[in-house]
Ligand binder design. Structure first.
Ligand code: ADP
Ligand code: MG
Length: 208
């Protein structure tokens, strides 16, 4: 099981990884977007300020605060998309004090569905969907193979990384990068990169 305290660690670790990689995310966005993805995602730090408010809340309350904060504080298209992901995680973990990895997989899959409803991107359009979708496919396979929690989440992180790298040869057909047409080919997608960091942070938290 993943306890609420581990979920808190996940959120803190993600904020740290984002801060460490903010310049890299912005450089990636400079190549095919408007050079603000690192700045946008670094607003994730706002979530840390509000963690004390969630001390008495269940996992759903924690994720809801994260989602609402991202919706209101993170600019760009990534704010509403990551906000939607966490609001979906909140709905799937209402009244729970801990989550199994299987429950987390269901919650993240609902998050992916929410992102796709909101942004209508499919796999192969060079967006963060290209990292999240293979992460969840790998996680489901790992659960079916009865790997332990750490192994399963490492498999998910490896799936996200493969998916992130798969965006390099793709031409963007959604989001700002799509304005570049074929000139978007040959660059790694910034949002797929921040999504890899999210899943990597989760694996590192559970494996430590
Ligand atoms: P903006 O494009 O508004 O400047 P960001 O730079 O913060 O916002 O985020 C850009 C990232 O958002 C892209 O790299 C891509 O991964 C993701 N993205 C853009 N449009 C979509 C979409 N329709 N669905 C999913 N992800 C998207
Ligand atoms: Mg941008």
């Amino acid at each position: 099981m993943i306890t609420k305290s581990q979920l808190l660690d996940w959120i803190r670790r993600y904020a740290t990884l984002i801060a460490e990689n903010a310049n890299f995310l912005t450089e990636l966005d400079a190549a095919i977007g408007d050079a603000d993805h690192g700045v946008n995602m670094d607003r994730f730090a706002e979530v840390l300020q509000r963690l004390p408010e969630t001390a008495q809340l269940d996992c759903g309350g924690l994720f809801k605060m994260v989602g609402m904060t991202l919706l209101s504080k993170v600019g760009g298209v990534s704010g509403p998309l990551y906000g939607t992901l966490f609001i979906r995680l909140a709905a799937a973990s209402a009244l729970k004090e801990e989550l199994s990895v299987a429950e987390l997989e269901v919650a993240l899959s609902s998050g992916l569905a929410g992102i796709q409803q909101r942004g209508s991107a499919q796999v192969g359009e060079k967006t963060l969907v290209d990292a999240l979708s293979p992460a969840l496919i790998a996680l489901r396979s790992a659960l079916a193979a009865e790997l332990d929690d750490c192994q399963a989440l490492n498999a998910a992180a490896a799936g996200a990384e493969r998916g992130m790298l798969s965006t390099i040869p793709l031409q963007a057909t959604k989001g700002r990068a799509s304005y570049l047409g074929p000139r978007s080919i040959g660059h790694q997608d910034p949002g797929a990169t921040s999504t890899w960091l999210l899943i990597r942070a989760l694996a590192e938290t559970v494996c430590q």
